[in-house]
Design a protein around this ligand. Structure first.
Ligand SMILES: Nc1ncnc2c1ncn2[C@@H]1O[C@H](COP(=O)(O)OP(=O)(O)OP(=O)(O)O)[C@@H](O)[C@H]1O
Length: 444
């Protein structure tokens, strides 16, 4: 049955992806089962599993859903199927005796998480929770844009707890899986069992909570589970793509509950963090694939050009490693251009220096002519430096080019402005907020 379903799906993928991608990535896979919204596939190596997950996850899930409504996730394993990583046990008689966590990604550990200015607070909060000391903030609410490491941090907490406190019952799942289990319990008339199971965990982690917004009965149940756990002083960790107050259609009482704990933001990455992540990921890929030579300037180029999110950055690097491995040559800048033309095109920065100058002037209520002119008063000079900083961050213009657009200033003046804002971001909260807001406005 499962084999037939997989054969149907792989035939469709063969048509869609073409013979060569099919042979490399789909043909070697075997579907071994589907349970609790997760399909388990056997892969010949972790590299193949990772690749397929990154590139074809949604395509495969969409097709398998024809036979398995409620499927949300793929899990890949190499060799004989392993037992799910984290389990929560309960003592009720009739209820299923085990509440299974969603699978954890083995690579999402604290060791593999690169810390920089944009994520240091989120990282510190996650580390604190992973120590499993007395609960000091509840819940920990992590939020940030797509692919900035929320899931990575949650899995890292689960891994750490698993190591240091195997006695704790830790449950990690996505909000979608929470809803799926709730609906299933309603359908099977096992709602009391569901309640008991969820109230028995010591640490509950719910990923992408924005998913339950607007889903009334799921929200209601989530609210009760949440309250019951908080009352018992059990740690809850939640992630979302935006701050609690900004999630549309989330009930006010849930929003205010979320705000009672520690709310931390994962900021968009900066150049240094992207560079650090590239080095770390390259070391990880090299462990799987063997060493690959990376030519001069490749990491810097990628960190400069791919600013959208870390997932895209990682996908780009993985593609380069796979290609370099296939042809047995080092990764050069030419190879980057050939191999990643689609990614580079789509991440081309469209914001212009002029747009930045306009927005920054509006925000600080100064004249555009003053921004470009010689005035040195602080109320003009600081916004000018912020605009210089954003121009460097958000466009691919060089410092001399930016200088020309700022009334013919020298590139060293621009560099000074950029550095000044970089420095001040860590000490001046107001300035950091202004910069983040402007960046968001310009990128939306
Ligand atoms: N600071 C970091 N260090 C190392 N890897 C990172 C970092 N930030 C993100 N990543 C990597 O980027 C990828 C995407 O991260 P993750 O899935 O955690 O993002 P997310 O914020 O949960 O995204 P989404 O909003 O799509 O759920 C993962 O492979 C993760 O390992």
């Amino acid at each position: 049955m499962i084999a037939q379903q997989w054969s149907k799906v792989s035939k469709e993928l063969r048509q869609e992806l073409g013979e060569s991608s099919y042979k490399s990535w789909i043909e070697p896979l075997e579907l071994v089962g589907v349970e609790n919204g997760v399909a388990r596939l056997n892969a010949p190596s972790r590299f193949v599993g990772d690749w397929v997950k990154r590139n074809y996850h949604d395509k495969i899930v969409a097709r398998l859903r024809n036979d398995h409504a409620g499927l949300t996730q793929l899990e890949f394993f190499v060799g004989p199927a392993a037992a799910p990583v984290v389990k929560a046990r309960v003592q009720t008689q009739e209820a299923p005796s085990v509440l299974e966590s969603a699978p954890l990604e083995g690579r999402y550990t604290f060791d593999n998480f690169v810390v920089g200015k944009p994520n240091e607070l989120a990282h510190a909060a996650a580390k604190r929770v992973a120590e499993a000391g007395p609960v000091t903030f509840n819940p920990l609410f992590l939020y940030g844009g797509v692919g900035l490491g929320k899931t990575h941090l949650m899995h890292a907490i689960a891994h750490e707890l698993q190591q240091s406190r195997p006695d704790l019952q830790v449950l990690y799942l996505s909000a979608e899986q929470f809803m799926y289990r709730f609906v299933q319990a309603l359908r099977d008339r096992q709602i009391m069992d569901f309640k008991n199971l969820f109230r028995s965990v010591d640490v509950l982690m719910v990923d992408d909570v924005q998913f339950i917004a607007g889903k009334d009965s799921t929200q209601e149940e989530f609210f009760h589970t949440f309250n019951a756990l908080v009352d018992q002083n059990k740690q809850i960790i939640i992630s979302a793509d935006r701050a609690p107050g900004e999630i549309k259609d989330l009930e006010a009482r849930i929003t205010s509950r979320m705000q009672c704990g520690l709310v931390v933001d994962l900021h968009p990455t900066d150049y240094e963090l992207r560079l650090g992540i590239l080095h770390r990921k390259a070391a990880i890929f090299a462990e799987t694939l063997g060493p690959v030579n990376v030519g001069d300037g490749v990491f810097e180029f990628l960190a400069h050009r791919i600013t959208t999110n870390v997932r895209v950055l990682e996908g780009a690097l993985q593609r380069l490693f796979a290609f370099s491995n296939l042809i047995g040559q080092e990764i050069t800048l030419d190879m980057v251009q050939d191999c990643l033309s689609d990614i580079l095109r789509s991440s081309e920065r469209r914001v212009t220096v002029e747009e930045i100058q306009r927005k920054v002037s509006e925000h600080f209520n100064i004249r555009l002519s003053d921004m470009l002119g010689p005035k040195r008063a602080r109320n003009v000079a600081r916004p000018r430096q912020i605009a210089m900083y954003l121009a460097k961050e958000l466009t691919s213009r060089s410092l001399p080019e930016i200088g020309r657009r700022f009334g013919g200033r020298d590139h060293t003046t621009i560099l000074y402005g950029v550095r000044k804002v970089e420095e001040m971001r860590s000490t001046d909260v107001q300035l950091a907020e202004d910069v983040d807001l402007l960046r968001r406005l310009l990128q939306s």
